[in-house]
Write a protein that binds this ligand. Structure first.
Ligand code: BQF
Length: 292
């Protein structure tokens, strides 16, 4: 069994991005510039956004954090999105999800200029992904493809089971694994909350990608011997022995599942860091595309 070191792969790709930025500076080009929009005061969201901004600094990007009160109206937020669309100094921006209930997420996502949509959530980018036209890919699924590539994990003709059909992870992941390229060419099953016989379906998986949103739901009895297990879950479990007061666990019961796997991603340090790196890569790509 091999533990996939997402943190190390993320660092290595980030150093490549940093080199490309240094090269750009030498050629008299601008630094890529990412903006992040944060609404309200959710602790986890604040942590994620701060980490994104910090990672921009690490690779030499410019970054801007726009923090609005929970009470901002949909109309005001749409105005802010338009400003970012029209600001040629900003190459890409994200709106941290989830948004407060009084704001329609789809309306916000659709207001983002597709060329600046570095989260890859806009319908134009989703459509391009489906049609295999080069586009900005959703960060978490994109990050997972970078991990599979880095470890040279075969995917062609494999049974891939994706659990969870969110628009952010499960749905795009199932599309990427079905595409006629590497990584891809897998036979994909998309399981979800209405799926019957989840255990039997999972046991067929050569590659199991868990994005369920339930801590330790995936147990060893659901795993085929030698499977590749990618854990997208991230749950805070109260732990008074930690400085933060919590520890992180995934959707997979790591201790027991790991025994049966050929490869497995840990939580933390698996998919999470790759999500951030994929976002940085998208920002560089957006910047380069805008120069053409
Ligand atoms: C790690 C996210 C749920 C809902 C909205 C590194 C991150 C997490 C873990 C991170 C996530 C999860 C992000 C680790 C961004 C991934 O070391 O294991 C990084 O920052 N993520 C997000 O922006 O929004 C979310 C999960």
């Amino acid at each position: 069994m091999k533990i996939i070191d997402g943190k190390a792969v993320a660092e290595s790709i980030k150093s490549e991005i940093a080199q490309k930025v240094a090269q750009r500076i030498k050629q008299g080009k601008k630094k890529p510039h990412l903006a992040a929009v944060l609404v309200g005061n959710d602790g986890a969201s604040e942590t994620y956004v701060k980490s994104k901004v910090k990672n921009c600094e690490k690779v030499g990007f410019d970054s801007t954090l726009l923090h609005f009160e929970e009470s901002i109206s949909e109309e005001e937020l749409l105005k802010e999105i338009k400003k970012l669309n029209n600001n040629s100094a900003i190459n890409g921006f994200i709106v941290q999800l989830p948004l407060p209930k009084h704001i329609d997420e789809q309306k916000i996502i659709q207001a983002i200029l597709p060329e600046k949509d570095v989260d890859g959530f806009h319908p134009v980018n989703v459509g391009k992904m489906v049609l295999e036209i080069p586009s900005l890919l959703p960060a978490t699924p994109y990050g997972i493809t970078l991990l599979l590539k880095h470890y040279n994990i075969p995917t062609e003709g494999k049974n891939c089971v994706v659990i969870g059909r969110s628009h952010i992870v499960g749905t795009p992941m199932s599309i990427l694994m079905s595409r006629n390229t590497y990584p891809g060419n897998a036979t994909v099953t998309l399981a979800h909350s209405r799926t019957k016989n989840l255990k039997e379906i999972c046991r067929q998986a050569d590659i199991l990608i868990a994005a369920v949103g339930k801590a330790k739901l995936i147990t060893e009895d659901m795993i085929k011997d030698g499977a590749v297990v990618i854990d997208v879950g991230i749950h805070r479990i109260k732990d008074d022995s930690k400085k933060s007061g919590y520890r992180l666990v995934g959707d997979v019961d790591f201790e027991n599942v790991a025994q049966k796997c050929s490869y497995i991603t840990p939580v933390p340090g698996g998919v999470g860091p790759m999500t951030i790196t994929a976002l940085l890569q998208n920002t560089l790509t957006a910047c380069e595309m805008q120069e053409k």
